[in-house]
Design a protein around this ligand. Structure first.
Ligand code: 13P
Length: 255
């Protein structure tokens, strides 16, 4: 499969970090460092930082994403935010199914499916996260786990809508632990995902879909991970909060 037909996407997942004032600072520092990026650059910020991020990134090559969305358009869902609300603000990307949402906030394969549906219906691009726990890797069921997560999440997604899906393979044991999957482990999982897409859709769709790796990607290991044939970018947690490090990762994806 030819990697040249895909544009890498480097997305920062800020998680629950940075106030609106800090958002202005971080984005303004980042802008000059990545202005010539040869990949797409997205910052997925907390809800309260979205407006600031949208204003700061206007006229730049940085796109803005949220970290979750609800599956209904509106209603009695205290504390929730809908995809249509995000879309109206101008938010173009949304992370769905992050392992922290699945582990701490009760997200399941079915809620991930509903959120994905709502985000697509609103016209946003979804960064759909999948990945196994350490015990699952040790039990040698990694591919089974990823396959189930993807089959359910993509159940209602049409061939055409797949253009608006980015898949992020994030092994849970590698998130925030400093334990990166080896480039071989990460590529093997991404290759499996691409093969699954060719079975669920077709070869052309598999060739076009962007599949990121996430989990302790940083300025030192980005080159090796991003040079793998099936790794088309990264979903970056900790290192996205340090402008120099994030910019180095963007540079590694720009070759
Ligand atoms: P870290 O890069 O901090 O390991 O986080 C990865 C992640 O969860 C991105 O969504």
């Amino acid at each position: 499969m030819n990697k040249d037909c895909r544009k890498a996407v480097i997305a920062g997942n800020w998680k629950m970090n940075k106030t609106p004032a800090e958002t202005t600072g971080l984005i303004n520092d980042l802008k000059p460092l990545i202005k010539n990026a040869g990949c797409d650059v997205v910052v997925c910020v907390p809800y309260v930082d979205l407006q600031t991020a949208l204003e700061c990134t206007q006229g730049t090559n940085i796109k803005v994403g949220a970290q979750n969305c609800h599956w209904e358009k509106s209603g009695a869902f205290t504390g929730e935010i809908s995809a249509s609300m995000l879309k109206e603000m101008g938010v173009q990307y949304v992370i769905i199914g992050h392992s922290e949402r699945r582990t701490y906030f009760g997200d399941t394969d079915l809620t991930v499916k509903s959120r994905t549906r709502a985000a697509l219906d609103s016209g946003m691009t979804v960064i759909l996260c999948v990945g196994e726990y350490l015990e699952q890797r040790e039990q040698d069921i990694t591919f089974e786990v990823i396959s189930t997560q993807l089959k359910i999440a993509l159940d209602s997604v049409t061939d055409k809508e797949l253009d608006k899906i980015i898949i992020a393979y994030e092994p849970v044991w590698a998130i925030g632990t400093g334990k990166t999957a080896t480039a071989q482990q990460a590529n093997e999982a991404n290759k499996f995902i691409r093969h699954l897409i060719s079975q669920l859709y077709n070869k052309d769709a598999a060739e076009k879909i962007v599949i990121q790796y996430g989990g302790s990607m940083n300025a030192s290991n980005a080159d090796e991970l991003l040079s793998q044939p099936d790794i088309d970018g990264g979903l970056i947690g900790g290192a996205s909060l340090k402008t120099e490090d994030f910019a180095s990762i963007v540079k590694a994806a720009s070759v």
